[in-house]
Ligand binder design. Sequence first.
Ligand SMILES: [Zn+2]
Length: 403
Amino acid sequence: MIQIATSWLLLLPVMFGIGWLASRWDLRLENRMDELERMRQQRSTFKGLSLLLNEQPDQAIETLVKIAQLDPETIELHFSLGNLFRRRGETERAIKVHQHLANRDDLKPRDRDHAAYELGRDFLRAGLLDRAEASLNRVGEGKFAVPAKESLLEMYQVERDWKKAIIAAHELAILQGKSHQTEIAQFHCELGQEALRRKDLQEAEQSIQRALQAVPNHSRALILQGDYAMAMERPAQAIDTWSLVATSHPAYMHLLADRWMIAHTAINQIDAGLDRLCELLKTQASGELLDIVHKQLMTIRGPQVANVMLADVMQHSPSLSALSKLAETRLALEESSANAERVLELQSILNLLRQRTTSLARYTCGNCGFRARRFYWQCPGCNNWEAYSPRRAEGAAPSGPSM
Ligand SMILES: [Zn+2]
C-alpha cells in the first residue's frame, strides 16, 4: 500500500505539469482568437477608410457602423467621421453617422450627450432648426452643456427669436460663470426696435427698460429710448435722452443726428440742435456725422458757413470725406460765379474724391475685420455684438471680406 501511494506521489508533479501546460494552451488559444478578432476589425476599419477615401461614403459608413457595433472603442472614430462629413457640407451623411450613435442604448451618458450635441449641429447646418433645437435640448449637464447652449443661442439669433435668445444667454451665463449682459441688452433692443416698428409702444418701452437694466446707460437702448419719446410725440424728452448719448457715447451720434434735427425742428430749436452737432465735430469729425452736419449746414446756413466749418475740420481732422465735402461746398460757392473753368475743375475733383470715399469708407469689425458700408450692431461676418467700431474708417482697399 505504501508503495502504491509513493508512486502516486511521484505522479503528482507530472499531473500538475500537464494541467499547467493545458491552461497555457487555453490562454494562448484565447489570445490568438482575440488577436484574430482584432485583425478582422482592423481590416474592416481599413476597408471603411479606404471606401471613404475612394469617395464611396455610403458603403464606408455601413462598414464603419458595423465595426462600432462590434467594438465600442471606435466611437471616437465615428464622431470624427460625422464631423468630417459636416465640414465637407455633407450634412445628410453626418446626420446618419451621429443619428446611429445617438440611437445606441449602450452609450455612456457623456457619449450620448456628445452624439446629441453633434446631431444638433448637423441639423443646424442643414437648416432643420426645430430638430436642431430638440437635439441640443437633449444634451444633459456635463462637458457638452456649454457648447450645446452656445449652439442654441446662435440658432435663436439666426431665427431672430430674441425672447428665447435672452433665456439661453441667461442660462449660458450661469453655466459659464461669465456675463452675457451685452448680448442680453442687444436682444432687448432688437425686441424694442421691432415693437417700435409695429407701433406697439408699450412693449417697446418695456424692452428698452430691460435693456437699460441689463447694461445701464447702454448706447443703443438710449437711442431707442429717444425714438420711443419721438413716437410718443415728446421731442423735448427725446432730445434729453439723446443728449446722454452725445455725452456718454458721442461716436454713436451719427446714428441719430437726422432725428436729432427733426426733434429740434419740432420745438423750434433748430439752431441750438445744429450748434450742438457742430460742437461734436471737434472730436467726431469723421464719417457719417460730418456728412449729416454738412448737409444740415448747407440747407440751413448756406455754403459760406459750411465752408468755414470744413476748413476748420481739415485743420484738426483731415480726411478724404472732409476734403470731398469741401470740394462740394466750394463748387456750390463757385456755381453762383461766372467762372465756368473753375466750376469744371471742381466738378472733376469732386467726382474723383467721391469715387475714392465711396470705395474706401467702411465700418470695420474689431473681431474678424469684416468691413461694411453701413454700421451694424451685430457683425454679419462673425455674429459678435458691438464688435463694429462706430467710426467709419477710410483705410486701404480691403483685402478681407467686405460688403
Ligand atoms: Zn466680425
